[in-house]
Design a protein around this ligand. Structure first.
Ligand code: PMP
Length: 395
């Protein structure tokens, strides 16, 4: 067979698209018998399977000609209206996207260029780093922790005039951090003074364990009459990620550009999935959300209890107030990747933290997800992790 010189055919952008090291590691975690705290997948027992089956059949029967037809790029109007009412915004400000992941790519298309500065937390969501990297920007980072970004460091980096700040203020992926209200207000002051754009990724907005949500940057900016926050959230973590239905809320001028960018990507998000999400939301959303929160809170608690019991004192870990992740720091000099391989021998897996740092570092950090395992598996997995750690600490 004739061979082709593929590399010579690729465009310049292809160079920036690289295999993620985490994907390679995740493959190892799927071996049988492994208790995996690695993936960021939602708990499958929470998927509304029976309701979805029933509703999907109904939609196809009664609205098949809409559900199976092309739809508007902005999204299925009744779903946009539902989201608008839920968030207290105008319908014209809502764009339905094919997962929030698509919104991240669209933001890259619309706002980034080769060498353009963009500010991320260190660590930050790997999928965002990957999406933005395709546009060749210059990453600026600010250290982030249990209470969100270090605001003093942020004040310094803002001087570089980033195109936008990409932030995950609630139950950050991967750190699990939650920015308190005062920090959100302080951050907004800095941003508004400089007239900068913020992209707020609120994928985990509903997964809080306390009494209520902390107000979003978007809401606070609205109250202050500031239009420079683009808000992203998704139905992935509260309904089902496989449906790929999410939304972006932005000032109409920004939204129009994002919509035009989306046209060239996929014309629109699958209509059947959008109607299905809407029908599922109409049915007992609040009750469903409180169940989702309870399940994650109980899993988090199981993991924390096990960690308190099993972890050597040299190891620090966060106590999440919501979301799906515990973030762990090993003593300096100890490599999370070395622990990863030791842990695999004990049949437990996690994600080393290094790849979440856009500019490198974090080799002694790691992320544990408690979302997919049941409580017994969580306790057993943490016991195995403790064993692997002790073996590494006392050679
Ligand atoms: N943002 C964050 C912070 C995430 O953790 C994820 C998924 N893990 C996404 C965006 C993408 O979500 P989706 O595309 O499923 O809406």
């Amino acid at each position: 067979m004739k061979t082709l010189e593929w590399r010579a055919l690729f465009g310049q952008g292809a160079e920036r698209i690289q295999a993620s090291t985490i994907r390679e590691l995740l493959k190892l975690t799927q071996r049988p018998g492994i208790i995996s705290f690695a993936g960021g997948l939602p708990a499958p027992e929470l998927f509304p399977k029976a309701e979805a089956a029933e509703k999907a059949a109904e939609i196809l029967k009664e609205k098949g000609e809409v559900a199976l037809q092309y739809g508007p790029t902005e999204g299925y109007l009744p779903l946009r209206a539902f989201v608008a009412e839920w968030l207290g915004v105008e319908v014209e400000e809502v764009l339905i996207t094919t997962g929030s992941q698509q919104a991240l790519d669209l933001l890259g298309k619309v706002f980034l260029d080769e060498g353009a500065p963009v500010l991320l937390e260190a660590p930050s969501y790997l999928g965002a780093i990957q999406a933005f990297r395709a546009y060749g920007p210059r990453f600026l980072t600010v250290p982030t922790g249990e209470e969100g970004p270090d605001l003093e460091a942020l004040a310094e980096v803002l001087k570089e005039g980033p195109r936008f700040l990409y932030l995950i203020p609630s139950f950050q992926n991967p750190s699990g951090g939650l920015m308190p209200l005062w920090a959100r207000e302080r951050l907004l002051e800095m941003v508004m003074e400089k007239g900068l754009l913020v992209v707020e990724d609120d994928a985990y907005r509903e997964l809080y364990f306390g009494e209520s949500r902390v107000k979003s940057l978007f809401e606070l900016a609205r109250e202050a009459g500031y239009p420079g926050v683009i808000y992203l959230s998704s139905f992935s973590k509260i309904l089902a990620p496989g449906l790929r239905v999410a939304f972006a809320v932005a000032h109409p001028e920004a939204l129009l550009k994002l919509t035009q960018a989306k046209q060239g990507v996929d014309l629109h998000t699958p209509v059947l999935n959008q109607i299905l999400v809407l029908e599922l939301l109409k049915e007992g959303l609040l009750e469903h959300l409180s169940r989702v929160r309870r399940v994650y809170r109980d899993k988090a608690q199981a993991m924390l209890e096990a960690l308190e019991k099993e972890m050597p004192k040299e190891v620090a870990f966060t106590r999440p107030k919501g979301g799906m992740f515990v973030w762990m720091e090993l003593p300096q000099g100890l490599s999370a990747e070395a622990l990863f391989h030791k842990a695999l021998e004990e049949k437990v897996a996690f994600v080393p933290g290094g790849p979440f740092f856009a500019l490198g570092g974090g080799e002694n950090t790691l992320r544990l997800s408690y979302a997919t395992m049941d409580q017994a598996a969580i306790a057993e997995g943490v016991r195995r992790l403790g064993k692997a750690l002790r073996a590494l600490l006392t050679p």
